[in-house]
Design a protein around this ligand. Structure first.
Ligand code: MG
Length: 387
């Protein structure tokens, strides 16, 4: 049992449903992992992609992590029974020779390949990923039928911002989302308060709206924003300041009574430990955003969950960043609070299967073997083209 081919391609992605709007040159890495296992007359191929909302990791994948998987001896990536790949063994092979610390963005490169490895293994088992991974982790009895979700989006538009934001939120509500998240911090507090009012009007009030400052505020600006937002009763206030600026985050948590969300730009168990010790957050109300693909994939995410739950955080506090099918499976398999979805942004990567129905803010789980990217026609075409 071997991996016979791995391909990576860096592709442009957009924050906006209309990709003609400039989006900062964002890219992501797509990968395909071709195995020597045959199902229905064809080799099983695992599909994965990197962060959506940052940049591709092509160099690290092509020069360091994919060659280690390809060089693994026959059976070295297999489970104990020798009947499937073991993504945990494959993860150790990828990380062989890596030094502690210095996470940089290698964690996203590893997470990208990890996604494709889980896709391949679940396809070989003939199970949807949430079922395969829950069984593998001894959680098979606790997988829910549906998962709480919210729609991410609401980036600042370069023109006609409020009208376009209202239209976007209306589309999300029409798609069945009861909760959504928009961006703040880029256009000044006065405009941000207008954006919040505009978006909340399309939902059932500001308690269903989260705001994401994308780590822009420094000390006094963070406190000023917290003071302005506090009376609104928002669902949560996300990425307040630099992810390592624990003094500012602690000061905001002391002044802001509502939930604060953090962890999207922290990528390792060591960083999670620092957040738990020094981040000033409150396990009884705050939200953890650790993105499985940013965090060395599922093995790295499990270590972070271990660190945070040992520090008194409930699993329900985890609402992973990501916005795609892989995150949905992870949330279901690990019993986490809920999942972000990007039904309009970051296409064709964001969102669930084509035609998937979100009802009252819950999504049902895809049932085809693997992650289910075959159920997204445009994305499946890109993967087939790459493989
Ligand atoms: Mg964020």
């Amino acid at each position: 049992m071997r991996i016979v081919d791995i391909r990576e391609r860096s592709v442009a992605i957009s924050r906006y449903a209309d990709p003609a709007i400039p989006s900062g040159g964002l890219t992501t890495s797509m990968v395909t992992i071709v195995t020597d296992v045959v199902r229905e007359g064809r080799p099983v191929v695992g599909y994965g992609f990197g962060s959506i909302g940052r940049f591709a990791q092509g160099g690290l994948i092509r020069e360091r992590f994919a060659p280690r998987l390809l060089a693994a001896a026959d059976g070295a990536l297999a489970d104990a029974a020798g009947t499937n790949f073991d993504p945990f063994r494959a993860w150790s092979v990828m990380m062989a020779g890596e030094k502690p610390g210095g996470h940089g963005e290698r964690c996203v490169a590893v997470g990208t390949l990890d996604m494709a490895l889980w896709d391949a293994a679940a396809k070989i088992a003939g199970l949807p990923l949430h079922r395969f991974s829950a069984d593998r982790l001894g959680r098979g009895d606790s997988v829910p039928d549906r998962v709480q979700v919210y729609a991410g989006g609401g980036y600042l538009y370069p023109a006609d911002d409020l009208a376009r934001l209202a239209e976007e939120m209306r589309r999300l509500a029409d798609l069945g989302y009861t909760r959504a998240k928009i961006k703040i911090g880029a256009a000044g507090l006065v405009q941000d308060l207008r954006r919040i009012e505009t978006a909340a009007a399309q939902l059932a009030g500001p308690g269903n709206l989260a705001v994401d400052a994308m780590n822009v505020y420094e000390g006094p600006a963070a406190l000023a924003a917290a003071a302005a937002l506090a009376p609104l009763g928002l669902w949560w206030f996300e990425d307040v300041c630099d992810p390592h600026d624990f003094p500012t985050q602690t000061a905001v948590a002391a002044a802001y009574p509502g939930p604060i969300a953090a962890g999207e730009a922290l990528f390792s168990a060591a960083e999670a430990r620092l957040l738990a010790l020094h981040g000033g957050l409150r396990p009884d109300r705050d939200i953890l955003l650790f993105d499985p693909v940013h965090c060395y994939g599922l093995p790295g995410t499990l270590r972070i969950i271990e660190v945070m739950t040992a520090a008194g955080w409930p699993r329900q506090a985890f609402w992973p960043h990501g916005g795609h099918l892989f995150t949905l499976h992870v949330v279901a398999a690990l019993g986490l609070g809920g999942a972000e979805v990007n039904p309009l942004s970051f296409q064709p990567f964001g969102g669930f299967e084509d035609g998937a129905i979100v009802s009252d803010g819950f999504a049902s789980l895809p049932q085809r073997p693997g992650i289910g990217f075959e159920g997204r026609a445009e994305l499946h075409r890109l993967f087939r083209d790459l493989a």
